[in-house]
Ligand binder design. Structure first.
Ligand code: F6R
Length: 366
């Protein structure tokens, strides 16, 4: 059932070209400039005219929500708030019938997310689910939704569900931007074409770094890791850190790279591996200066870069390449080597990768 892989997690990491394609199948048809999300049809009006989009989720799904904040604000120009379900539900939040709430959950059974949905529903908001498990409690509790179709995810650490969530949210943001007129037709078509090519770029990202096991072997006994990124790669930094801590039990923190100098920079010395996501995008130059700041303090630098980058390669101790794509789609590629790195570190440390201690696949208690 592991399809020849040693662990479900590795199988699921490697399945991503297919799971993302499955998620987009029947929905995205770039050649004909078409994007259809059946679940959104009856609610497109509400979505388009929402005052605000509130995204609620936990863990990795919350990270997908953060990526969506950048997507919705860039393409559709609607303000977005991303909320930990556990905080949102107990805060007496301000919600109205002009709010469009998106709940994201792989399992569809997370207790806090379910409670956040019930609360928002009672205040009149429209609730849209992005779930992987068909017929799950969250899928049933929402007004409408869109399944991620990633297939069963067995490994406790979420991998293919995360990229499928981002794929659905990306399609939603593009549709919304196009309908609202905040995204021009030509840009929309260009992005649809790029999105359709993502599964093959993920395929390439999975195989282009044969140095990952070597890097894992060097840093597997580190006590701490820092993950830094900006813009669309800030949530990816959080996700990279979560993947490492949950399966390898190494303490890891993700931060927006610019926040480093407001505290975490104090941690940096020659023992500290710092993973930068430094792809060629609008924050590239800024990230390059953040890398210099870490280097000046003798931190060890592992950088995820755009294929062919030579500037960061010249500065970093190790680089992991990903293919070039539109800035908004980079998380779908930049997370891949981070999933692989955490997997190999955990295996080398002898950890139970598929069933890490103290964790459950669905958190049905608060
Ligand atoms: C991390 C992980 C958890 C889940 C979280 C939410 O790898 O698996 O952080 O993402 O418990 O679960 P779902 O998405 O099922 O609501």
């Amino acid at each position: 059932e592991k399809g020849g892989y040693e662990h479900f997690m590795l199988k699921e990491i490697n399945e991503q070209p297919r799971s993302i394609a499955d998620c987009m199948r029947g929905r995205l048809d770039a050649k004909n400039g078409r994007l259809v999300l059946g679940g959104l049809r009856d609610y497109m009006n509400k979505f388009q005219n929402a005052d605000r989009i509130i995204i609620t989720a936990c863990g990795t799904s919350w990270h997908a929500g953060l990526v969506a904040e950048y997507l919705f604000e860039e393409f559709a120009r609607i303000p977005v708030e991303v909320e930990y379900a556990s905080e949102f539900r107990y805060r007496n939040p301000v919600i109205s019938d002009k709010d469009f709430v998106i709940a994201i959950s792989q399992s569809g059974e997370t207790a806090d997310t379910l409670a956040a949905i019930e609360l928002a529903k009672s205040k009149g908001a429209t609730i849209f689910g992005v779930c992987n498990v068909v017929g799950s409690s969250i899928a049933r509790a929402t007004h409408a939704g869109c399944y991620t179709h990633a297939g069963p995810e067995i490994g406790v650490a979420s991998t293919k569900a995360f990229t499928a969530q981002i794929s659905v949210l990306t399609m939603m943001a593009l549709m919304l931007g196009y309908q609202r007129g905040t995204l021009t037709e030509s840009k929309y078509i260009q992005l649809l074409n790029e999105l359709e090519g993502i599964p093959s770029k993920v395929e390439k990202a999975l195989t282009m770094n044969n140095n990952i096991e070597k890097i894992a072997a060097i840093y597997k006994d580190s006590r701490n890791f820092l993950y830094l990124g900006r813009g669309y790669n800030f949530p990816v930094a959080l996700e990279g850190a979560l993947k490492l801590k949950e399966i390898s039990y190494i303490h890891a923190e993700g931060y927006p790279a610019a926040e480093m100098k407001h505290g975490p920079i104090a941690l940096i010395d020659e023992e500290m591996p710092v993973v930068f996501i430094a792809t060629k995008d609008t924050s590239y130059e800024k990230v390059v200066s953040n890398i210099q700041e870490v280097k000046a303090r003798k931190g060890k630098i592992i950088a995820v870069v755009t294929e062919g980058d030579i500037v960061v390669r010249g500065m970093a101790d190790h680089v992991l390449e990903i293919p070039e794509t539109a800035e908004a789609f980079v998380p779908l590629l930049s997370v891949i080597p981070l999933q692989q790195l955490s997997y190999h570190i955990a295996v080398m440390r002898g950890c139970n990768v598929d069933q890490p201690r103290n964790l459950a696949k669905s958190v049905t208690v608060e």
